[in-house]
Write a protein that binds this ligand. Structure first.
Ligand code: NAD
Length: 484
């Protein structure tokens, strides 16, 4: 096993690192070579129950007594520590997720920035006074939900912890974090950092384990007052069903089939890097991946050729070599993506480019060749289903109306990009696209910690990131005072 800087077989409950109640463990696999990386604790319902109780005790104790300013300062300390350890965190993510070092480093910087943003915002969330009947003063207060559950996937653990746990702590909630069983190391490292910064015991608890086991127990726990979930549509439905039983709010972020729309008048030199990077970053395992590229017919040959050229230059290999594209998270995910590559072969659609996996990449690694497919009909499975791998489809269009219909014509609605020099067209589309974020002449806006993020339709509901998340992680209470 690879030597790691801390014990990976423990959970954090009430500030104490301990084995799970059953003592069972799960293997953590390095996706770059398929070797055993570490063992993690296989927490279950008993551990989840202890974690929720510890979180409630923190709310009733030291954590609950802190002022908003004090909570903010703690988050700022965490941010500084994360920044100082960014290289170490990037290495853990490379080993665990197969994320190329530069991308892991960017995730660590994003985590630090979320903590900085929410640390700064913690004491700036205001209620209102409301003009009401004579003899009354009416006002609103923003209060924490209480215990919040954070069920996190394996693709961007640090960023998703930053945006959900960061905002929840800023508002004074006490958190129970359940990272994905495929990738827990940065979560384990972060919870240590949080305590090193002085976070009171129980404010942030961590239970590793299987989704159907620890995750399901957390979603169903009656002590949890809010659930933040990022992952698949299938599990999102289970989470919302569990939340309904306890009548608690949920934030669901469930991925997408996001389009970038390229018009003939676009600045293609500016667009090209975004068109490709937004498809292959993190080996395409990104909820907001631009997996559909819609191109106006007159520039289609040019865009197809230039994207293909970029694909052929991609370096695909082990994460620690810092390639452009690392392995997929697991053999299971590789099988899923391979099944879509088989669909490409069977479809007879033109493969415009395929980047080869670098010579010498370990045979046990979960690699697939990034693939660009042309002339894909808008209703084809390849243009409708979330692949979650480095596979992009090009779809030609003839008119603005057709582009809009294709862009809106999937079950998802997370993000869209529009490339055009026509300002009216850009704004018209921004208003008519069915999704949570629209980027004009860019895509992703450099991470956008400050920009509210979330979906419509099967991409989910609720908003994380930005100031908006602070409203989601709090409850509005109205107080009406009768006087003379
Ligand atoms: P998943 O939805 O199964 O897992 C996400 C998280 O939910 C993990 O922490 C997991 O342990 C937990 N979980 C799983 N089953 C659960 C249950 N019954 N109750 C409570 N929690 C549970 O996602 P996955 O298996 O890791 O990936 C499958 C597909 O999901 C991917 O191919 C992709 O399409 C999608 N996905 C989307 C995102 C995103 O960012 N939106 C992230 C990861 C995966």
């Amino acid at each position: 096993m690879t030597p790691l800087p801390f014990d990976t077989t423990v959970l954090c409950i009430g500030g104490r690192w301990q084995r799970c109640a059953s003592g069972a463990t799960l293997p953590l696999i390095n996706p770059s070579d398929g070797t055993l990386l570490a063992e993690i604790a296989r927490g279950d319902a008993a551990d989840v129950d202890a974690a929720v109780r510890a979180a409630q005790a923190a709310l009733d104790g030291d954590w609950g007594r802190l002022s908003a300013t004090e909570r903010g300062r703690l988050l700022l300390k965490m941010s500084a520590l994360v920044l100082a350890r960014a290289d170490d965190l990037a290495r853990l993510e490379a080993l665990d997720v197969g994320k190329p070092l530069r991308q892991g480093h960017a995730d660590a910087l994003a985590l630090a920035r979320y903590l900085e943003f929410y640390g700064g915002a913690a004491d700036k969330v205001m209620g209102e006074t409301i003009p009401y009947s004579a003899g009354y003063t009416a006002l609103t207060l923003r209060e924490p939900h209480g215990v919040t559950a954070h069920i996190v996937p394996w693709n961007y653990p640090m960023q998703i912890i930053g945006r959900s746990v960061g905002a929840a702590l800023a508002m004074g909630n006490a958190c129970v974090l359940k990272p994905a069983e495929e990738a827990c190391l940065s979560a384990l490292a972060f919870v240590r950092i949080a305590h090193e910064a002085g976070l009171p015991a129980g404010a942030l608890n961590l239970v590793t384990g299987l989704g159907e086991d620890a995750g399901a127990a957390l979603a169903a726990h009656p002590g949890v007052r809010h659930i933040s979930f990022t992952g698949s549509v299938q599990v999102g439905r289970l989470i919302q069903t569990a939340a309904a039983q306890n009548v608690v709010p949920v934030t669901l972020e469930l991925g997408g089939k996001s389009p970038q729309i390229v018009f003939a008048d676009a600045d293609l030199d500016a667009a090209l890097p975004f068109l490709v990077t937004a498809g292959i970053q993190n080996a395409g395992q990104t909820c907001s991946a631009a997996s559909r590229i819609l191109v106006e017919r007159s520039v289609y040959p040019q865009v197809a050729a230039r994207m293909a050229e970029r694909y052929r230059a991609l370096r695909v290999g082990p994460a620690l070599d810092d390639p452009d594209v690392g392995p997929l998270i697991s053999a299971r995910q590789r099988d899923v993506v391979e099944s879509y590559l088989a669909l490409v072969r069977d479809s007879g659609l033109p493969v415009l480019a395929q980047a080869p996996v670098m010579a010498g990449a370990p045979a046990g690694g979960c690699y697939v060749a990034p693939t660009l497919v042309g002339e894909v009909p808008a209703d084809h499975r390849l243009a409708q289903e979330e692949v979650f791998g480095p596979l992009q489809v090009l779809i030609p269009f003839e008119s603005d109306a057709q582009a809009l219909a294709i862009a809106n014509g999937t079950a998802f609605g997370l993000v869209a990009g529009v490339w055009t020099r026509d300002g009216s067209r850009a704004l018209r589309l921004a208003r008519r696209l069915h999704c949570g974020q629209v980027f004009i002449n860019n895509y992703g806006a450099g991470g956008g910690v400050e920009l509210p993020f979330g979906g419509v339709k099967h991409s989910g509901h609720g908003r994380e990131k930005g100031f908006e998340a602070l409203y989601g992680f709090s409850v509005l209470k109205t107080v009406a005072i009768k006087h003379d």
